[in-house]
Design a protein around this ligand. Structure first.
Ligand SMILES: Nc1ncnc2c1ncn2[C@@H]1O[C@H](COP(=O)(O)OP(=O)(O)OP(=O)(O)O)[C@@H](O)[C@H]1O
Ligand SMILES: [Mg+2]
Length: 159
């Protein structure tokens, strides 16, 4: 597991951007953390790092939005299990097959219906308003094989 501490929303965007070069088509990043933890903020930075030009907004009401970048970015919010089914019905698995990466907010709920290999990213609030703890867990061989790269990319935020 890799831990990282960000000190502002912008710092979290930079952390997200730093992970973008590591992803390949079909990758899934699960984002968990309570309300206001910073999941969407992280997604915004990740999108910038992936070369997405459009503003990334919370997918809470639309469940799934897709953006064009180096790879297509699919950003989903599946805070209820029936939403997960909807996202699957909307074609998430097929989109992943076709040169996309997915960021799934509320990953804990989502994990059962998604690819076994994924990067689990947990975000925790801290006593300080502007700091967030990140825990990155690579799951499955494709992500475990990138552990060193992940460590290197996030070095700046490690304590
Ligand atoms: N270090 C930090 N990282 C991320 N966000 C931070 C940080 N410090 C303060 N913030 C603030 O916390 C809020 C995070 O909101 P965000 O929408 O990203 O959370 P979320 O986890 O997606 O919430 P939701 O569960 O509503 O989808 C923003 O208002 C942001 O400015
Ligand atoms: Mg959000």
């Amino acid at each position: 597991m890799i831990t990282a501490l960000t000190k502002s929303a912008d710092d979290t965007r930079q952390l997200g951007a730093a992970l973008a070069p590591l992803v390949v088509a079909g990758d899934v990043i699960l984002l968990s953390g309570g309300l206001g933890a910073g999941k969407t903020t992280f997604a915004q930075g990740f999108g910038l790092g992936l070369g997405v030009q459009d503003d990334i907004v919370s997918p809470t009401f639309t469940l799934m939005r897709s953006y064009d970048g180096r790879l297509s970015l699919i950003h989903c919010d599946v805070y209820r299990l029936d939403h997960l089914q909807e996202v699957i019905d909307l074609g998430l698995p097929e989109m992943l097959d076709a040169a996309a990466v997915a960021l799934v907010e509320w990953g804990d709920v989502a994990a059962p219906g998604l690819p076994t290999d994924h990067l689990e990213t947990r975000i925790e609030l801290t006593p300080s308003d502007d700091e967030r703890w990140f825990q990155l867990h690579p799951v499955g061989s494709s992500w475990l094989g990138r552990t060193d790269e992940l460590r290197l990319a996030t070095q700046r935020w490690q304590s």
